[in-house]
Design a protein around this ligand. Structure first.
Ligand code: ADP
Length: 455
């Protein structure tokens, strides 16, 4: 949505230094186009105020700053006390003027997948605007709202947290009409103080619901199911066969297509769909998407047709054929015990010789060693052939993995050196770890030129 200087000033409570016509609000000079307003965010690593000259050179029509406007600045200008708060106020302003429904979702694992599935399921409603990339925090959520095209009919906004109170703040900015919590799991435990803290934090998505809002509850997750719904808000359920609104009756991974055939009971009868991503957890996320569709009056059969067009996002179970002929599944984008467990069960459904390369899971707080042992034990209980534990925490947990052949390494380089020459065309290798575990380095050592892409 384009905003002019006086609207920006009134929406942010800022001072109009000099007015200028309406333009998009942009925070990054690299993506700034002529005629936009440049909002100078003071971030952890960068201060937007240092980029005003660049913004002007690229044709910015105005700036939103928390310092005095430089003499050389000839465009419009609004001065605010805090540019992050101004961004949030502008996001809230745009939200308030959006006439269509807004869907908000959070969860410990599967937010991005579920967000994209919801967007696909809502295609029958017209133009869906959704979170791009990982813009799901206190900057990303307002940026998502500000980027709403005038032609959009429905918004799907992903909300993430890394500290207490963030989801509440984001839910107030986005004020979704339909709210969904994918799950409550062991992620960001350090900042949120254990699983109770995670439940409390995610629970804010429901706690802030207003009368008439609809809360979509994953009943397979005990902690989500236990979150109270405020008076006047409606509760819809998704999950396994006991779920009232959308029940996942059957999920079968089709290994050669890295897809999942899923069958659901919906208020409009049974629906079957092949979702182009592997795993029961994906089928469960899709049950959430169908529930959102039901909440917004979209026929679940039409919504399911949209799910069939889903395209997996980023480094999530991305298949890659290695020069050795082995199939790598690159899921090294992030990891917590819940998501590692989901990925291991996908690997266990694959044909051939199964390898898991597991990297440290970071930010798990004081119970970290225990969580690593639990995952190692789980890897041992599945039908896997080889498990490589990479990193100090995984290496320590390795003895808990009984069954497969086990190797432990302190670093990705050591793991890569050991793996070299050991893989063949019958092998499928899952790479899963936290970003900081650098498992993609192992993959790159095995396949320096991934240009060929998918198998
Ligand atoms: P987020 O945006 O919350 O980080 P993603 O959609 O990017 O989540 O998925 C991250 C990883 O979490 C996936 O690769 C998958 O392994 C796992 N995952 C996705 N959905 C679920 C789920 N419902 N339960 C458990 N793990 C999941």
């Amino acid at each position: 949505m384009k905003l002019d200087g006086s609207t920006i000033a009134s929406a942010t409570g800022g001072t109009l230094h000099r007015d200028a016509p309406a333009g998009d609000i942009v925070t990054d000079t690299r993506t700034l186009g002529a005629g936009s307003w440049f909002l100078a965010i003071t971030g952890d690593r960068f201060d937007g105020h240092e980029f005003l000259e660049q913004a002007q050179a690229k044709g910015a029509i105005g700036c939103i700053v928390s310092r005095s406007v430089p003499e050389s600045w000839t465009g419009g200008a609004v001065i605010v006390p805090d540019t992050t708060r101004a961004l949030q106020a502008l996001g809230q302003y745009v939200r308030g003027r959006f006439p269509g429904p807004v869907v908000g979702l959070t969860g410990s694992s599967g937010k991005t997948t579920t967000r994209a599935l919801i967007a696909n399921a809502l295609k029958p409603m017209g133009e869906v605007h959704q979170t791009q990339g990982n813009l799901n925090n206190h900057w990303g959520v307002p940026m998502t709202l500000l980027a709403t095209p005038d032609t959009a009919t429905v918004l799907v906004v992903e909300m993430g947290t890394s500290g207490p109170g963030e989801i509440e703040a984001l839910a107030r900015i986005g004020t979704p009409n339909v709210r969904l919590i994918v799950n409550v799991g062991p992620a960001h435990l350090e900042e949120l103080g254990g699983l109770d803290g995670v439940q409390q934090e995610k629970g804010a998505m429901f706690a802030t619901a207003r009368p008439g809002d609809i809360c979509c509850v994953n009943i397979d997750d005990e902690r989500v199911a236990a979150i109270p719904i405020p008076d006047g808000a409606r509760r819809l359920e998704f999950g396994g066969p006991a779920a009232e609104t959308v029940a996942l009756l059957e999920a079968e991974v089709i290994p050669e297509k890295l897809s999942t055939r899923a069958r659901y009971r919906t208020p409009e009868g049974e629906v079957e769909v092949v979702i182009p991503a592997p795993g029961r957890h994906v089928a469960l996320n899709a049950a959430g998407a169908l529930t959102v569709a039901v909440a917004l009056g979209v026929d679940p059969r039409a919504a399911a047709a949209g799910l069939a067009d889903y395209e997996p996002v980023g480094m999530r179970m991305r298949p890659e054929r290695l020069p050795s002929g082995a199939l790598a599944l690159n899921d090294a984008y992030n990891a917590n015990p819940q998501s590692v467990s989901a990925s291991l069960s996908v690997l266990a459904a694959m044909p051939g010789k199964r390898w898991a390369v597991l990297g440290d899971m970071l930010e798990l707080g004081p119970q970290a060693a225990q969580w690593h042992r639990q995952i190692a034990g789980e890897a041992g209980s599945l039908a896997l052939d080889h498990v490589l534990f990479v990193g100090p925490m995984m290496a320590t947990a390795a003895p808990a993995c009984v069954g497969p052949a086990v190797q432990a390494f302190q670093s990705p380089d050591d793991a890569a050196a050991w793996l070299e020459g050991r893989l063949g065309p019958e092998d499928v290798v899952l790479f899963k770890g936290s970003r900081g575990a650098r498992l993609e380095d192992v993959l790159r050592a095995l396949n320096p030129d991934p240009g060929q892409g998918a198998p």
